[in-house]
Design a protein around this ligand. Sequence first.
Ligand code: PAF
Length: 287
Amino acid sequence: MRIITTIKEMQHEAKTMIREGKTIGFVPTMGYLHEGHMSLVQKAREKNDCVIMSVFVNPLQFGPDEDFDRYPRDLKRDELLARKAGVDVLFYPHVDEMYPKELTTMLTVNKRVDTLCGESRPGHFDGVATVVMKLFQIVLPDKAYFGMKDAQQVAVIKGLVDDYNLPVEIIPCPIIREEDGLAKSSRNVYLTPSEREESTLLSQSLNAARKVIRDGERDPGLIIELVQSYLKQTSGTIDYVEVLSYPELQPVNRINEEVIIAVAVQFSAARLIDNTMALRSEKAIGV
Ligand code: PAF
């Protein structure tokens, strides 16, 4: 596995791969890797000749009061895990390499951001779209792999790719969970032991919601109440519980077709998000 830290070298390496007729699968991450990331690499390995992973904690997507400075970082550990998973190139640029001066152009996401994490994290998805656009120009991937835990991010990035006709296929991948149901996340390390125990209520609430929808309930208001009744048992503060169309992320009056049920709970130092799809076909992602 090669570690590349400069944009020039990364672009050169990607162009060489393309010239040699190799396809590139790309796994963008902010590091502190876990099994969720590993599953993205595994999927990328299956369908591409080369796998490039980026590890970059992107300051543009953090608000002033968010955890950019204390976001967990451990390159040595990431390097070991990426190598073991079969990554060919680890792209690990410094902030000054990605943003040597103030950007003259910033992307603004207009749709799908007035709800869920977009509502409580203003500007977050502008930062995500901007860095992803930049990373795509540097890594030149055929396919890019994103976890459905950040379902809103996947919807926003699909919009970006459609808007700008980017020649990359976005592959959404299922949420990977701990044995007790907690969705894997780099931020889970912030949980206190008691919060970690309570955190299983997120996935339990979503499973209960999916079950009652499968049994015929069609009222989104009742589903939201049901999910809230679980989350209120935690010591955290509920940020949102929503039932929305996907990928449009619009409220629905009745659950007649596929919806996303999405939750966010703020614990003392960790903000956890989770979601599930309901009324989705057997083969689809996230079920
Ligand atoms: O999902 C993440 O880890 C980040 O938002 C991403 C896509 C790598 C952009 O910084």
